[in-house]
Design a protein around this ligand. Structure first.
Ligand code: HPA
Length: 265
């Protein structure tokens, strides 16, 4: 039996048989939402092979249960490329999600704005991405399934649902292109200027490898960034992980409204 099928069996024994409709991955400072789920929390330590999420601001547990009437599987912690040099660090959790029978994945992250129409405390929904880090989580995959088309990486139908939810909640949800930088250092002002020229609206250190893995596994994906700062050189504010964690709750409150309304349907 494959590892993900074994893990899915273990999760079902604890959390029940029903497949979650949505997987949700929560970014830095956005973990609060997992507390709102009525269900079962399983620490990553109980799930052999799940990443020991080593970034402060992430809660390393999987919560499965009910949120606004929808059955969800919420990943409180993610592993980033910069922690290990492995872009496929989230492969097992996502394979396990697919093995549970889940078909849709919603990703969230903290990001820096490159487009000056965006502002800290606001949101941006990804309508496309640029894998600027140059890595790919499918390097080493042997099957032809590795040649994943990414034309529809950001699912039009889920995005339409999120857009409608944001509108109903009166939350601005501009859409744009997310650029994946490897981190863990932040970008230089020259890199942010280059990012703008290349067509990026926001930059961050996550999410893109998970979208690629998600599409590989047949999951339909949509992602929302919480803008925690302007990109390097675009404002006088300081950029730091502490600042990211401090600023995230501002946008997180808006994100929570949108996600709750979306899940209510
Ligand atoms: N750059 C990259 N990642 C980030 C940023 C940023 O400015 N802010 C939050 N995550």
């Amino acid at each position: 039996m494959s590892k993900s099928v074994e893990l899915a069996t273990l999760i079902r024994e604890r959390a029940g048989e029903e497949a979650p409709e949505y997987g949700l991955i929560l970014g830095s400072g956005l973990g609060h939402l997992s507390k709102a789920v009525e269900g079962v929390a399983i620490p990553y330590d109980d799930l052999p092979g799940f990443p020991h999420a080593g970034v402060s601001g992430h809660v390393p547990q999987l919560v499965i249960g009910n949120l606004e009437g929808a059955r969800v599987a919420v990943f409180g912690g993610r592993s980033h490329y910069y922690e290990s040099g492995r872009a496929d660090a989230m492969r097992l959790p996502l394979e396990t999600l697919a093995a549970l029978g889940t078909k849709k994945l919603i990703l969230t992250n903290a990001a820096g704005a490159v487009n000056t129409m965006l502002a800290p405390g606001g949101l941006m929904m990804l309508n496309d991405h640029i894998a600027f880090a140059g890595a790919n989580p499918l390097i080493g995959e042997k099957t032809d399934a590795r040649f994943v088309p990414l034309t529809d990486a950001h699912d039009a139908e889920i995005r339409a649902g999120l857009r409608a939810a944001a509108e109903a909640e009166g939350v601005a949800l501009p859409e744009g292109v997310y650029g994946w930088f490897s981190g863990p250092s932040f970008e230089t002002p020259a890199e942010i200027r280059a990012a703008r020229v290349l067509g990026m609206d926001a930059v961050g250190m996550s999410t893109v490898p998970e979208i690629i893995l998600g599409r590989f596994l047949g999951l339909r994906c949509a992602s929302i960034s919480v803008i925690t700062n302007m990109g390097a050189g675009l404002s006088d504010e300081s950029i730091s992980h502490d600042h990211t964690k401090q600023m995230a709750p501002l946008g997180a409150a808006k994100l929570e409204k949108v996600l709750r309304r979306f899940l209510r349907g």
